[in-house]
Design a protein around this ligand. Structure first.
Ligand SMILES: [Mg+2]
Length: 110
């Protein structure tokens, strides 16, 4: 299936879209992570986070922002896998989400 051409910084990028299932995404991300290893991917994660920060500060291009969010999501998925901490992160996320919702509730009561 062809994806629509989209312009990024004046360049046209066209390609074939490969529709991956969630499971295929996970498997492919693990392949990439295993290929490069933890040390390399830690550095790459730092790099991609910095690029996302720059994109968010500038907010000049929607396409660029989307691309940088995708890069960071890919790297974070690799971190979860390489650091073997997916369940722990989910638990901490749940705790933090609940804590924030509680703060919102309390603020409304005042
Ligand atoms: Mg990037």
């Amino acid at each position: 299936m062809k994806i629509k051409e989209f312009s990024r910084d004046g360049r046209k990028i066209a390609g074939e879209s490969i529709i991956m299932t969630e499971q295929e995404i996970e498997q492919n991300i693990q392949k990439i992570a295993d290929n490069y290893g933890l040390d390399n991917q830690l550095n790459k994660t730092i790099e991609e986070c910095a690029e996302l920060i720059q994109a968010l500060v500038k907010l000049e291009s929607r396409e660029n922002t989307i691309e940088e969010i995708a890069d960071v999501q890919i790297m974070l998925k690799q971190m979860l896998y390489l650091l073997d901490c997916e369940e722990e992160v989910e638990k901490v996320m749940e705790y933090k989400i609940n804590r924030q919702l509680e703060r919102i509730r309390q603020a409304k009561e005042q």
